[in-house]
Ligand binder design. Structure first.
Ligand SMILES: Nc1nc2c(ncn2[C@@H]2O[C@H](COP(=O)(O)OP(=O)(O)OP(=O)(O)O)[C@@H](O)[C@H]2O)c(=O)[nH]1
Ligand SMILES: [Zn+2]
Length: 345
């Protein structure tokens, strides 16, 4: 079975988009590789993609074959990231040393992106097809960083992912102080704590993650690895990938999808400490602060929300954005300033 390579024919397909009215959509109705095998990307490491045959759902049914693949040349510069649903051709046996080819990337239901920094408009997709973004924050050691949390919430909003706060180390500090800051926002949160030998609160976390694909982000030291290990137990998918590629998990700084024993997946993002938001439009940024966005009706036309006439000050002072309104407005303004390269004072 030798799969057809993209040549003249492939180019003409591309050139025919968009289709003239009434004609059949050529690219949709005639896939390049009818026999491509469906899979979903669970790891990306230096041009090698670990692809779970059948996709995340198949593994919930007990399948677990991860095949190593590379991008077929015909995909060009198209990015392939963890979570992408792909079509594979070639050797999909998954036997040691085998290498399949990714010939197709299916349309994504969601894309989590970041910019290199806040002034950079070029976005990079980190994870595709996730449903939820869990922001892992320690309540102490290291001290919580609400602005970092706000950044993650903006990224979640921008990606269309449901946010979830996972507050760790509740054995060291009371969660109430932190959660108050987000009460007006209605972001769901769960709390974990360590008591000798065990992490408590995992059932509540599992409940929030069950049956969904959740991206986990968190600053260094917050206990994200502890959490991932406790939730996933043995890294089944990873074990298979390592058999094939001979590369260990710790060599990778890119995202990695891990199956949850009760169903659902978590995507760990070891290389992602925070989100550069340069690609996010300022207007969208404001709307990621829902309790403040409602107050922008009070603003003069074209308000940049960081000037003396901005109506949000009165909105916050009137208590309409909850007890943490002022702090959240300051956080929003810092993000707006950071985007325009102004000092983050
Ligand atoms: N007191 C307390 N310590 C915890 C808890 N969870 C994790 N830790 C400790 O916090 C430290 C950091 O945990 P990690 O899981 O390595 O944190 P991480 O977020 O993965 O950090 P990086 O490895 O730097 O990315 C370790 O010493 C853990 O044992 C908790 O609930 N309570
Ligand atoms: Zn304003």
């Amino acid at each position: 079975m030798s799969p057809r390579r993209g040549g003249q024919d492939e180019e003409s397909r591309i050139r025919f988009r968009p289709n003239p009215k009434g004609s059949r959509p050529r690219t949709k109705d005639r896939p390049t590789h009818e026999n491509a095998v469906a899979a979903q990307v669970v790891t990306v490491d230096r041009g090698r993609y670990g692809c779970l045959l059948g996709g995340f759902e198949s593994m919930d049914d007990g399948g677990d074959l991860v095949v190593t693949a590379m991008k077929a040349r015909e995909l060009g510069k198209a990015g392939v990231v963890v979570g992408d649903r792909v079509g594979l051709v070639g050797d999909v046996s998954g036997s040691p040393g085998s290498l399949a080819r990714i010939v197709r990337v299916e349309p994504r239901t969601s894309v989590l992106r970041r910019s290199a920094d806040d002034t950079d408009k070029i976005e990079r997709v980190i994870v595709a097809n996730a449903a939820q973004l869990a922001v892992v924050t320690a309540l102490a050691d290291p001290v919580p960083r609400p602005r970092m949390v706000d950044r993650c919430l903006v990224a979640a909003y921008d990606a269309g992912l449901d946010p979830l706060l996972v507050l760790t180390k509740a054995d060291l500090a009371d969660p109430a102080e932190f959660t108050q800051g987000y009460s007006a926002l209605e972001v769901p949160w769960v709390v974990t704590r360590r008591s000798p030998g065990v992490i408590e609160g995992l059932d509540a976390v599992r409940e929030q993650l069950a049956g969904r694909v959740t991206v986990l982000v968190g600053h260094s030291g917050v206990g994200k690895s502890t959490l991932v290990n406790a939730l996933t137990g043995a890294d089944r998918a990873i074990g298979r990938v390592n058999d094939v590629t001979g590369r260990g998990r710790h060599t990778s700084t890119s995202a990695i999808a891990l199956r949850l024993p009760g169903g659902g997946w978590v995507v760990d993002t070891p290389g992602v400490r925070s989100f550069g938001l340069g690609h996010v439009d300022p207007d969208r940024l404001v709307h990621a602060f829902p309790e403040l966005a409602a107050g922008t009706d009070e603003c003069p036309r074209g308000c940049g929300h960081d000037e003396p006439e901005c109506g949000l000050d009165a909105w916050v002072d009137a208590g309409k954005a909850g007890p943490s309104g002022r702090a959240r407005l300051e956080s929003l303004r810092r993000l707006l300033r950071a985007r325009s390269g102004l000092p983050d004072y």
